[in-house]
Ligand binder design. Sequence first.
Ligand code: AKB
Length: 316
Amino acid sequence: MSAKILITGANGQLGCVLTETLQGRYGLENVIASDLREKENIRGIFEVIDATDYDRIQHVVTQYKITQIYHLAAILSAKGEANPLQTWDINTKTFLNVLEISRLNGIEKVFYPSSIAVFGDAALKNNTPNDAYLNPSTAYGISKVDGENWSQYYFLKYGLDVRSIRYPGVIGYQSLPGGGTTDYAVDIYHKAVLKEPFTCFLNEDTTLPMIYMDDVIRATVELMEAPSEKIKIRTSYNIAGVSFSPKEIASEISKVFPNFTIEYKPDFREDIAKRWSKSIDDSQAKADWGWKPNYNLEAITKAMISALNDYYKEAV
Ligand code: AKB
């Protein structure tokens, strides 16, 4: 039987690119995208799902005979701090719904996106190991640690094949991120291409792990398509792309746009970012399922500027 895939949070920054990628690999008719609202001009099958609603997920799983779920719906780190209890509630409840429905309906595989937000002050800031002690400082980070542990619990107790990656900040041109601490690294390219000055909400030297969209989508697909025996970590895998500070990305952009200007007005997101890792040790993912990033900061900058130039030219 071919895979029938349900994606929750399909309208998000990653969701829309992952949906297209999976449609390309598994067929338009085998991927069911879902989110709180239907977007215009969507390709393929879309279902409105509020993932806090167990019965609604169950209905769609039965209707389409779903065999895999990618659970992307979540509130991110910065937005999550406005209402920590709601963030905990939504992030945790939606995932437990997905896990319970998966085990009771014989779902073959579940993907759970974790984040570098699981790391806090107790973890080494540089080359943070996969098995670092986790004491996150945000409600989002706490919910992700919880999700990682539930993933492992469902695997050990019920044999549910849940797989997970700790995403760094994701940089892509396809859509804008919403509510994250790493969002500046996407916004900055839009401003540069529009020839506008950029105000950064982090300090100039606050280094964070980031990754280009192509790399992160490929990592997700490679993890999900790897033979089960290769998946040795059932909480979540570290993956790394590239690490840089706002000053470094601005300097790379200035090579293309010499008049580009940036000013720094750190806000509460600086407090979140400074507790996260600066760089990630992803040797376990490399050893277990062959992970390897392709994009450095120079390549990301080239790809982002070229794609956004085309986008804004067409938009005029
Ligand atoms: C965020 O900034 O909250 C996310 C993340 C690193 O998980 N991009």
